[in-house]
Every structure is written in structure tokens, then in C-alpha cells.
Design a protein around this ligand. Structure first.
Ligand code: BG6
Length: 477
């Protein structure tokens, strides 16, 4: 099927000299261009406060270095020349958007006809409100859409205030709150796996599922992002943003269609059914050495790790705990959902000590890190005269079944969707507000951080948190 092509666009990148633009956005836009998925006519205007202003040529050089270092397509040949010629720079400060307005007007003239504007706010969360205000005041918000980074607010009150500021300038249909996990191919595949097949849905509920784990350990530390991280912490950076969204896909009821309204309505119902967090079922951790990182307070109570139990009180999930874990400086980088099934009603096979191990041979494992895989772990008879059970595994890997490995990275897919006006994989205002609402007990009364060793799997108390079950990772316990 031919991919739809967005209307002509001027793409305005706030934070164009920042880390996200360098690692993801500029390489991603070039990859979209090379893949023939950009609009027929487009211009890209980088923006930053006046003290970081670049000339067009310097911005092109900056983009080229970024694509060379982080891109999947190298910046060379006619494709690069065409892309580079579409790059411009226009500085903007809330009080002086002049250079940006001029650059956007020039870009529109270059395109001719009616181009749509899309703003990507890759700026620190504290600046979202002032940038949106400037877009309104300067008239730039006309005929525009806006992609807003995360975290969207730091609690319910700030998210509500920010939604108010955004809605004063943009209609909700123009707002794209981005969560790049939802652009990952294998997260999207959860929908296909659950709803395009007939075999999973009949067992996808409390009668057959014992518990669910969503586990995103990272090996990296804070990578020099102390200024952002000290004020944010893992719970806001990863759980509210990414892991709760993945939970929404795992737990939602079948939507009536894949359109944005149906999908987001079903996700919202899951969020409504999520119970306010119980701090007794939350572990906040901090890796040893974090307080010595440049820019971090020696007394910091910021968590670099969070593990928690979430309860989804609806008919499908009552009594099925969801365990979430993520943190920096852990033993392995993984992005894994583990669905542990209940055992069979009758155990007629000889007792095996391994059978007491939680979830022994009864798990569906979805690894959603690129390129992603899905495995079912089940019990089979070990060859030999005795009826002895052994654990077996069936694994799906993208490359084994599909010719083309992953086309687009999360950010690329989502920027394309935003240009096409498809909000399905973006967070809605009521969704984000509900997630902050259920987080309130933890934000208001956070337990002290527990230290853990870099390279471990978090503080020891996470075992108690999940008991009588066990963490699936590291694989097979
Ligand atoms: C970002 C967080 O949103 O996601 C980072 O701010 C985190 O702290 C990153 O490392 C993980 O994303 P990815 O693409 O590596 O899965």
C-alpha cells in the first residue's frame, strides 16, 4: 500500500541546537526525506534563543554533523544537497520573535501556495508555555500544528495550567503531545498482536493472566543531563511518560476502529480505571555515584530508578497486578513486557521443583526495543523415557518474517503522523491529566530513595514489591 504524503509544510524546530534535535530530530527528518515520505515541498526552520543563533550555513553544518553521527542514512549526494537547501535558521525569544517570523515567511514564499506550519517544541519543559504564548502573540500559530515534548507538566496542577495555556492558542486537534515509545514499531505491534489475531484476546484477562510486567532497564546514566534530571527524576521522565502509555496499549479494550478517537478513548478508559498509586507499593532508587555527577546536589533525593505496582480496576483486570520498573545504570538495556499466565487447572505431570518457579513455561514476552521480538515460553516434554517437562520457546523476530526491517524510528513515524494530522499515537489532554492525578499520592509523599549499585537490577526491596512473583528480567531470573 502506498504511504500517504503530507501536505506542503514549513517545519519549525525549537531547540534546534539541542540534544534531541541532534540525536533524533535532524537525522530523523533526513531519513524521512530519503525515504520519500516528506511533503512534496517543505522547508525546515531551526530556532533557538538569540544567544544560540546560527547562520543558515552554520545550521546546515550542524545538521550535517548530527546526521553523520546519529543518522541511519549518511549525509551525502543529491539527497543531502536537497535536504540541506531546505534548512534555515531564525532565532526567537518570547519578547522578540522577529527573526523567526521573517524566516518562516521566507520559507513559505519559497514553497509558494499554502503551506501548513508545524512547530516541534524540543525545549526544556519549563519553556513550553512561553513558546506557545509567543506563537499565539506573533500570529505564527495560524494554520499550524504543534508537537510538544515531554514531560507535559510535573503534576496535575501544572499539567492543567499548561493545557490551559496551550488551548488558549491551539485547538486540541492541533496539539500533538509526543511520546516516542508509541512510535516504536513493536509497541504498535501490540495492537496487531492482540486485535488482528483470534487466539490471544480470549485469554487476555484476569481469568488467565496472573500478572503483567513492563520492564525498561537502561544501562546509561544521566549522560550529563543533570539540569533536566535533577528536577524531573525517573518517575516523571519514564513512568508517567512512557511506561503508563505502554500499559494503556496492553490493557485497553478492543477499539471499534483504529482511528484516533477510538484508540484514545479506549486508552483513556484504562487510565480512568487505574487506581491512585499506593506509596507502599513503590520503590524509588538512586544509583551509587549519582550524587557525585556534575550538577547533582550531594544530598539529592531525585530517583534514578522506580518500580511500582499498578492496579487497573475494571472487569478485565481486577486482581491482576501490573508491575513497572525502569532505571538508569542497571544491568542491561531492555524494553520488555512479560505477561505471565495462570497455570493449568490440574497438574497431572510429575512434580518438578522448577514448577514452583513463578510463570515457569507460561509466559508471553514482548521485547519492544528496536528491532523487537515476541516469544512464548511454554512447557514441552523433554525427550527420553520419562515424562519430564522442560521449558521451550517459540520466538518471532521481525527479520525472519518480513523482508524490510524497521522502516522508521519512533520519532520519524510520529513526526510523519503529526504532519498527516493523525493523532492516534499522541497523548490527549484528559489522558495526561488523569495520569498525573493517579500519581499524586506518590508525588506528594515520595518514599526516600534507596541506593543501588550501578550494574545491578535496582534496590533489594524490589523483590518484596513483586512477591510472591518474581521479576522476569534478567531472563529466566
Ligand atoms: C527519553 C528519556 O524520553 O527516553 C530518557 O528522557 C530515556 O531518559 C529515553 O533514556 C529512552 O528512549 P529510547 O529511545 O532509548 O528507548
Amino acid at each position: 500500500m502506498k504511504s500517504p504524503r503530507p501536505d506542503d509544510h514549513v517545519i519549525i524546530l525549537f531547540g534546534a541546537t539541542g540534544d534531541l534535535a541532534r540525536r533524533k530530530l535532524l537525522p530523523g527528518l533526513f531519513h524521512l526525506a530519503k525515504a520519500g515520505l516528506m511533503p512534496q515541498n517543505y522547508q525546515i526552520v531551526g530556532s533557538a534563543p538569540a544567544q544560540f543563533a546560527l547562520s543558515d550555513d552554520d545550521f546546515r553544518k550542524h545538521a550535517k554533523d548530527a546526521v553523520r553521527e546519529f543518522g541511519s542514512s549518511k549525509p551525502a549526494g543529491a539527497a543531502w544537497d536537497a535536504f540541506a537547501s531546505a534548512l534555515h535558521f531564525g532565532a526567537a525569544d518570547p519578547k522578540d520573535p522577529g527573526p523567526l517570523v521573517a524566516a518562516v515567511q521566507a520559507a513559505e514564499k519559497e514553497i509558494g501556495g499554502k503551506a501548513r506550519r508545524i512547530f516541534h517544541l524540543a525545549v526544556p519543559p519549563g519553556a513550553f508555555g512561553s513558546v506557545v504564548g509567543m506563537l499565539g502573540d506573533s500570529g505564527l500559530a495560524e494554520n499550524a500544528r504543534v508537537i510538544i515534548e515531554k514531560p507535559f507538566g510535573t503534576d496535575l496542577a501544572s499539567a492543567q495550567a499548561l493545557n490551559k495555556q496551550v488551548h488558549a492558542v491551539f485547538d486540541e486537534s492541533q496539539v500533538f503531545r509526543i511520546d516516542h515509545f508509541l512510535g516504536k514499531e513493536s509497541v504498535d505491534n501490540i495492537l496487531a498482536l492482540r486485535f488482528a489475531n483470534g487466539f490471544l484476546e480470549p485469554i487476555w484477562h484476569r481469568d488467565h493472566i496472573s500478572h503483567v510486567q513492563i520492564d525498561v532497564p537502561e544501562t546509561i546514566g544521566i549522560e550529563g543531563r543533570a539540569a533536566f534530571f535533577e528536577g524531573t527524576g525517573t518517575f516523571r521522565d519514564m513512568i508517567v511518560t512512557h511506561l503508563f502509555q505502554v500499559l494503556g496499549f496492553v490493557a485497553m479494550e478492543p477499539p471499534t476502529s483504529l482511528n484516533a478517537k477510538s484508540l484514545r478513548d479506549e486508552k483513556q478508559k484504562v487510565f480512568e480505571a487505574m487506581q491512585p498509586l499506593d506509596v507502599a507499593h513503590v520503590v524509588r532508587g538512586q544509583y551509587r555515584g549519582f550524587r557525585a555527577e556534575p550538577g547533582v546536589s550531594p544530598k539529592s533525593q531525585t530517583e534514578t530508578f522506580a518500580a511500582l505496582r499498578v492496579q487497573v480496576d475494571n472487569w478485565r483486570w481486577a486482581g491482576v497486578p501490573f508491575y513497572l520498573r525502569t532505571g538508569k545504570s542497571l544491568g542491561e538495556r531492555r524494553q520488555t513486557i512479560t505477561v505471565t499466565l495462570k497455570g493449568p487447572t490440574l497438574r497431572m505431570f510429575p512434580v518438578d521443583t522448577r514448577a514452583s518457579r513463578d510463570g515457569w513455561g507460561n509466559q508471553l514476552v514482548i521485547d519492544f526495543d528496536d528491532p523487537g521480538w515476541i516469544a512464548t515460553r511454554f512447557l514441552a516434554k523433554e525427550p527420553g523415557p520419562a515424562m519430564r517437562l522442560g521449558e521451550a520457546e517459540m520466538t518471532f523476530r521481525y527479520a525472519d518474517s518480513f523482508l524490510r526491517a524497521h522502516g522508521l524510528e519512533g520519532y520519524e513515524r510520529l513526526i510523519l503522523d503529526a504532519m498527516l494530522g493523525d493523532q492516534s499515537l499522541f497523548t490527549r489532554s484528559d489522558g495526561i491529566e488523569r495520569l498525573w492525578e493517579i500519581s499524586a499520592p506518590l508525588l506528594e509523599n515520595p518514599p526516600p530513595v534507596e541506593l543501588y549499585s550501578p550494574g545491578s537490577w535496582g534496590p533489594d526491596s524490589i523483590r518484596r514489591l513483586i512477591a510472591p512473583h518474581r521479576w522476569y528480567l534478567p531472563d529466566g531470573h
